[in-house]
Design a protein around this ligand. Structure first.
Ligand SMILES: Cc1cc2nc3c(=O)[nH]c(=O)nc-3n(C[C@H](O)[C@H](O)[C@H](O)COP(=O)(O)OP(=O)(O)OC[C@H]3O[C@@H](n4cnc5c(N)ncnc54)[C@H](O)[C@@H]3O)c2cc1C
Length: 309
C-alpha cells in the first residue's frame, strides 16, 4: 500500500532541506527522502567561508545540522537511508519507489545533487579505501605526517588540499592544466602554503602499490613523459555528475546528465521540479542550492493550487 504525501522531495542536501522548509511553511504535507544521512555533499567539508551570515566560517557539518534542525522545527517528514530507485507518473499522480517502500504524491522536487567522478584508470578501484579517497575531511587523519596527493584544480581540490595541509607532511596538487579553476582566494592561500607543491600539466595514468597505494604514475600532458610519484594517500576531485537514471524519460538532461529546467525550475513533466546541483546551471554552491530549493517549493505550491482548481 502506497503512502501518500502532497509533495515528495528527493535528496536531503541544502536544496532539498530548503525546499522542505518552504513547503512546510506553506502548509503542504511534504516528505523528504534521503539515501544516506541528511546534509548532502557539503557535510564533510571542513570549512565553508562563502555562505552569508557566517563571516568566521562554519564547518559543513554544523551548517547542515542547522539546516536540518530548521526544517524539522517546521515538522518536515524525513526518511533517511531511503534511496529512490524509480519515479513514474500516471494520471497526474507520481509513484516513488525506494527499496522498501512506495510513495505517491502530486508533486516532486528532485534535489539529488551530484556524485564524484572516478578517473577510471588502473589501480583506482583496487586502492579505493586503501589510500585512495574522495573525502579529505573523512579520511585525512589516516595520513597524519605522511605524503598525499590531491588530484584536480577546482574549488573542492584546493579547499581540501588546504585542509589536508593542516594534518599531513606534504600535499602534492596534481593538475592536468597549467592554471587552476579554483577561486582566486583559495589559489592564493594554497600558493603561500609551504606544505603544498603544485605539479602542473600532469595527469595520473595508473596507481601502483602492494597492499595500499605507493606510487602514482604520472604522464606529462605536453611531452607525454612518464614519471612516478611516491605517496601514501590520494584524494580525487575530478569533478562530479548527477545520476538521474531513476527518473527515466520524465526529464530532459544535457550532455553531461544535468536536468534541464526552465527559469522556474520546472522540468518537462508538469509537477516535477529540479533544484540545486542536479540541474543544468552555471554556479553550484550552497547559496545557489538554497535559492533553488526555495523557488522550487514556491512553484510546486502554485502547481498544487492549479491542480485543485
Ligand atoms: C569537497 C566539497 C567542498 C565544497 N565546498 C563548498 C563551499 O565551501 N561553499 C559552497 O557554497 N559550496 C561548496 N561545495 C558545493 C556544495 O556542496 C553543493 O553546491 C551543494 O551541496 C549542493 O546542494 P544540493 O542540495 O543540490 O545537493 P547535495 O548537497 O549533493 O545533496 C544531494 C543529496 O541527495 C541525496 N541523493 C542522491 N541520490 C538520491 C536518491 N536516488 N534518493 C535519495 N537521495 C538521494 C544525496 O545522498 C545527497 O544527500 C563543496 C562541495 C564539495 C564536494
Amino acid at each position: 500500500m502506497a503512502e501518500f504525501h502532497e509533495a515528495v522531495i528527493i535528496g536531503g542536501g541544502p536544496a532539498g532541506l530548503t525546499a522542505g522548509l518552504y513547503l512546510m511553511r506553506a502548509g503542504i504535507d511534504a516528505l523528504l527522502l534521503e539515501k544516506a544521512i541528511l546534509g548532502g555533499a557539503v557535510i564533510n567539508t571542513w570549512q565553508i567561508e562563502n555562505y552569508p551570515g557566517f563571516p568566521e566560517g562554519i564547518s559543513g557539518k554544523d551548517l547542515m545540522e542547522r539546516f536540518s534542525a530548521h526544517a524539522k522545527a517546521f515538522n518536515l517528514k524525513i526518511k533517511e537511508f531511503a534511496s529512490v530507485e524509480e519515479v513514474s507518473l500516471k494520471d497526474r499522480l507520481f509513484t516513488v519507489k525506494t527499496e522498501k517502500n512506495i510513495y505517491e504524491s502530486k508533486g516532486i522536487i528532485i534535489a539529488t545533487g551530484t556524485q564524484s567522478i572516478k578517473l577510471g584508470i588502473p589501480g583506482e578501484d583496487r586502492f579505493l579505501g586503501r589510500g585512495i579517497s574522495f573525502c579529505a575531511t573523512c579520511d585525512g587523519m589516516f595520513f597524519k605526517d605522511l605524503d598525499v596527493a590531491v588530484i584536480g584544480g577546482g574549488d573542492a581540490a584546493i579547499e581540501e588540499g588546504l585542509s589536508l595541509a593542516n594534518i599531513v607532511k606534504k600535499v602534492y596538487v596534481i593538475h592536468r592544466r597549467d592554471t587552476l579553476r579554483a577561486q582566486k582566494i583559495l589559489q592564493e592561500r594554497a600558493f603561500k602554503n609551504s606544505k603544498i607543491e603544485f605539479l602542473f600539466n600532469k595527469r595520473p595514468v595508473e596507481f601502483k602499490g602492494k597492499d595500499s597505494i605507493e606510487y602514482i604514475v604520472l604522464e606529462d600532458t605536453r611531452d607525454k613523459n612518464i614519471t612516478e610519484l611516491k605517496v601514501d594517500g590520494v584524494f580525487i576531485y575530478a569533478g562530479s555528475r548527477p545520476d538521474v537514471a531513476f527518473l527515466g524519460d520524465l526529464v530532459d538532461t544535457d550532455e553531461e546528465g544535468f536536468i534541464i529546467t526552465d527559469e522556474n525550475l520546472a522540468t518537462k513533466t508538469k509537477g516535477l521540479f529540479a533544484a540545486g546541483d542536479v540541474r543544468k546551471k552555471r554556479l553550484r554552491q550552497v547559496s545557489t542550492a538554497v535559492g533553488d530549493g526555495a523557488l522550487a517549493a514556491f512553484e510546486l505550491e502554485r502547481y498544487l493550487i492549479e491542480l485543485k482548481q
